[in-house]
Design a binder for this molecule. Structure first.
Ligand SMILES: [Mg+2]
Length: 311
């Protein structure tokens, strides 16, 4: 078996780099023909993944955070090559949703010895994502982190970005369409996700599943700063569904539009546009070693409009 390993050496504040010798030793133990490559610049992981597809690898492993995984998926989507996830980032929400262990060596064992499962791949405009996308407050935080806090990393950068955004964020009028159901409101946040958590464990869409053929949407109306601060602890434990200004939906075809430019965080990467069109591509990504429960047959057959699915 020909295996490509793509590692982001700066993921998780150097966690990947630290475990590299152990990873290589574990891979050698399996006696497979593996080729190891580290990313050297932004979006390099996409280029490496594209080349790996052309070179005929049987398996691509990625050691990094959700941002690196996003880049790899954008380079290999549609290829039919299975992907293995070695969690080395700060948040690792996608790895957790797949049932991958936090220990990188245990992850390699689970990938090498595990079965291949199919999960849904998500697309917004012309970019793929696997875990989460968030516009509004969340997208502004990601944008501010990318713009102004490059000198710090990880959670500190995110926290500084969140504080800056908290005082500068103005809720904006958006038009949200979910499978034909149209809503217009001043939004604090619209999160479209396929994984139940993001941002390192925040349970934004606690009922989301990676393999149910649906996207989960959490839409929050305009809130004051104290309102946002009160809401955060509830989001951490996934108990925000009952809040007056929060609505949860499931859907397959989602459009988010605004008069102004919207910053969208996409597995931690940033995309900016005035119109964002989300679709889900059921069973379009192969994952090796994941431990997902199959989705009940009747859930897969359900084809109700978004309004009927409102939580
Ligand atoms: Mg889903």
């Amino acid at each position: 078996m020909k295996v490509k390993v793509i590692m982001n050496p700066v993921a998780g504040r150097g966690k990947a780099q630290k475990v590299k010798p152990l990873l290589l030793e574990t891979l050698r133990g399996y006696g497979c023909d593996f080729h190891f490559e580290e990313t050297e610049r932004p979006h390099h992981a996409t280029e490496i993944a594209q080349k790996s597809v052309k070179s005929g690898f049987d398996l691509i492993m990625v050691a990094g955070g959700d941002g690196t995984i996003n880049q790899v998926v954008n380079g290999m989507a549609g290829s039919n090559i299975p992907l293995g996830i070695i969690a080395c980032g700060t948040g690792n929400d996608f790895a957790a949703a797949l049932g991958m262990p936090p220990d990188p060596v245990a992850s390699i064992r689970q990938i090498m010895e595990g079965e291949i499962q199919k999960i849904d791949l998500c697309r917004v405009n012309d970019r793929y994502f696997v875990s989460s996308a968030g516009a509004g407050f969340d997208g502004e935080v990601a944008y501010n982190v990318n713009q102004g806090f490059r000198w710090v990393r990880g959670m500190t950068a995110y926290l500084l970005g969140a504080i800056k955004t908290l005082f500068s964020y103005k809720p904006r009028r958006i038009k949200l369409t979910i499978d034909g159901l149209v809503m217009e409101f001043d939004a604090t946040l619209v999160a479209v996700t396929n994984a139940p958590t993001y941002g390192g464990g925040f349970k934004v869409n606690p009922e989301a599943r990676l393999n149910d053929g649906l996207l989960d949407i959490c839409a929050a109306q305009a809130m004051s700063i104290p309102g946002i601060l009160c809401c955060l602890p509830l989001v951490m434990v996934g108990r925000h569904q009952g809040l007056k200004k929060v609505r949860m939906f499931k859907g397959r075809n989602i459009t988010l539009e605004s008069e102004q430019l919207l910053h969208l965080q996409l597995d931690g990467e940033v995309l900016t546009d005035k119109k964002l069109h989300f679709v889900v591509l059921p069973q379009a990504l192969l994952i090796k070693g994941s431990k997902l429960e199959p989705v009940p047959y009747f859930d897969l057959l359900a084809d109700k409009p978004a309004c009927a699915r409102e939580a």
